[in-house]
Design a binder for this molecule. Structure first.
Ligand code: ADP
Length: 366
């Protein structure tokens, strides 16, 4: 099947390219799962429009192949030369680096979980949890088995965002995660008393989080999305180091201040050798719900420019929109509440980029 797809793709070219998209190395690894074909095409700088046409052509031609039910192709902007095209596999990384930079043993892979992806931000209030929840749901929409762990012990928001009321059961000393909209969910907020705020000390935070990663009965997962506590303190650094992360997604608003914080977040992950999967710009522009007009109230594009400067991929821009907030507050994130909306589509395209970078399907082939 892969060969047939490559054959089709190697017949597609575009003005501005020196050859077909396969020989020009613009096609990522191809994931094939249950009739779904998922991959990304890189658009060289300045060829965005032409490559959108190429993507449509590729989608139409692959859809005609036998055994193909759905084709999902993400168009990604050209990654800077230093950025890795695919994220190194967990197992390999761990074999190569048995100890972390501070000489403590590096975390081993978690049985049953193929990849853990951290969603992080340099500071609170930028929409990290909103992005994590919608990203997890959009990844599930691609046919992947997904878990979401809200590790934000300072302000766990998952119970509110997904309207969770039950407490998780405990069986054989293992916590059974809740399940909603097809994904497995766990949050410290589900274990804490609402009116009884817990005061956490650093080591307690880390051990509680490690317990949630390792002692929750996640079962078989393609991806565990980890909603990190905001900021870049010791607890975050230790988590970044002790959880076997396949990569990190950084959420930032376009304001400069947030970008400075975001840069700190990037540094934290790279200092412990975790690849950056990309930056999401949230509250990027204001989309007027009445007139549909777009206003760049915070100076839109800051995160994209910054991503380019820092040689990390830009994953997408999410507008500031009442619907996103409204559905979050109601406990049904927008990807589920309004799957056909523009906002949901943006989250889906980000999920596609993350999935193609992880390529969970090829894990077992080696
Ligand atoms: P964080 O996890 O970074 O602290 P949250 O995801 O909890 O941030 O978001 C903070 C607040 O902003 C929430 O009320 C959320 O509904 C709202 N919000 C987040 N993203 C958007 C958006 N794109 N448009 C409108 N409101 C948003």
């Amino acid at each position: 099947m892969k060969l047939k797809i490559l054959e089709v793709l190697s017949q597609i070219t575009s003005p501005g390219l020196k050859g077909d998209i396969v020989s020009q190395k613009l096609v990522s690894d191809i994931i094939i799962k249950d009739g779904r074909v998922i991959f990304s095409i890189t658009a060289p700088e300045g060829l965005g429009k032409e490559m959108a046409y190429v993507r449509d052509q590729a989608e139409q031609r692959i859809a005609k192949l036998d055994g193909v039910e759905r084709v999902l192709i993400a168009l990604t902007a050209e990654a800077a030369p230093a950025a890795p095209k695919t994220i190194p596999r967990l197992k390999k990384r761990n074999q190569e680096r048995p100890v972390g930079p501070d000489m403590r043993p590096k975390a081993g892979a978690i049985p049953g979980i193929k990849s853990v992806v951290a969603v992080a931000s340099g500071k609170g209030g930028v929409g990290k949890s909103t992005a994590a929840v919608n990203l997890a749901l959009a990844l599930h929409g691609l046919g992947l088995k997904v878990g979401l762990l809200d590790a934000d012990i300072y302000g766990p928001s998952l119970p509110r965002l997904m309207d969770l009321k039950d407490r998780p059961a405990i069986e054989n000393d293992r916590i059974i995660p809740l399940e909603k909209h097809g994904i497995k969910l766990m949050s410290m907020g589900l274990l804490m008393e609402e009116d009884n705020p817990v005061i956490w000390r650093g080591p307690m935070i880390v051990s509680a989080l490690m317990q949630m990663v390792r002692e929750v009965e996640w079962g078989q997962l393609d991806i565990l999305v980890l909603d990190m506590p905001p900021g870049t303190g010791d607890a975050q650094l230790t988590m970044a180091q002790q959880v076997p992360l396949a990569g990190a997604v950084i959420v930032s608003t376009p304001q400069d201040l947030a970008l400075i914080d975001a840069r700190k977040g990037l540094k934290m992950f790279t200092s412990v050798d975790v690849p950056i999967m990309g930056i999401i710009e949230n509250m990027s522009y204001f989309l007027c719900p009445k007139c549909g007009e777009t206003s760049h109230i915070f100076g839109h594009g800051g995160a994209e420019r910054e991503a380019r400067k820092l040689n990390v991929p830009f994953l997408g821009a999410i507008p500031l929109h009442m619907d996103i907030r409204h559905y979050s507050d109601e406990g049904t994130p927008i990807v589920v509440a309004k799957p056909e909306s523009e906002h949901a589509k943006i989250f889906k395209s980000i999920a596609l980029k993350v999935a193609t970078k992880l390529n969970p399907d090829t894990e077992e082939e080696e």
